[in-house]
Write a protein that binds this ligand. Sequence first.
Ligand code: SF4
Length: 326
Amino acid sequence: MGIGQDRQPRHPGCRGVVNRARLAYGCRAAKASSSASRHSESCRRVERAYGAATRTGHGIAPHKDEPAGQVPGGGVPRLEFITPDRGGLPPLARYATLQIGSERRVVGYTEASRGCKHLCRHCPIVPVYNGRFRVVPIAVVVSDIRAQLAAGARHITFGDPDFFNGIGHAKAIAETFGREFPGVSYDVTMKIEHLVRHRDALPLLRDTGCALVTSAVESIDDDVLARLQKGHTRSDFEHAVALCRDAGLALAPTFVAFTPWTTIDGYCELLRTIARLDLIEHVSPIQLAIRLLVTQGSRLLELEEIHTITTAFDPRFNSTPASPIH
Ligand code: SF4
């Protein structure tokens, strides 16, 4: 069975990823989005949360006790989540599709939470949320999904930076999804650390329609992972692969293949590891070409070796260009 997915920009104002992936694993689900693009998209959504989105009704509004734009202590404002109005967007069928077996499903998108409680050095979410996350009420999530199913979706992507940040909320969302939307599939993103720690919850995901779990592995080099403060090791990654396989969940790892610490030997070892773990068809080709992004306020700048090779922030690319590395 072949699986493919085309991803187009989810919002007319956003630069989306047009990608194609072929995966094979158990139920053979597919997804072609990198964690980097997902994170960048999340950051753009956060930016909209401060301004345009509150005016145009994209699913968030200032909390009733908090005037728009006011951010006590300089942190992330408390937002009162409302059901998104996607009235002005192109039809769902023009966005991503997911192929399961011979069926190609129109994909919808929602979020059960925003932000992240972790502080990984390379993550563009950290300068915005600084270790905080907000959960979206279950009723809002259900109403959002229902609207997209009515518009033709048969699969829902949860765009939470990490679906298991609030494990109680995540389990309640999964249980509700399985009960309310039988026959509809979904996918989530979560970190390796959470896959291992909350392994008992993996069967719940499988049983409630989860077709795919994306996880930002980033590297298999423990020194690089330590620099990124990723919270897992290569061994944890391999453990998570086994846990997902045992649970019957398709795992799609993502990587930051090129960092200032990447070597030819290390890159070849990454390719060998992907093959050895039987993950070749789980890894979107773009994952083997992604370079480290240094955003404004990135915690990577805490590292002397990054600080010394970067130049001033360039708003045209929303990043801090690095000098060529030889
Ligand atoms: S787990 Fe780390 S990389 Fe993933 S969203 Fe949270 S801070 Fe970012």
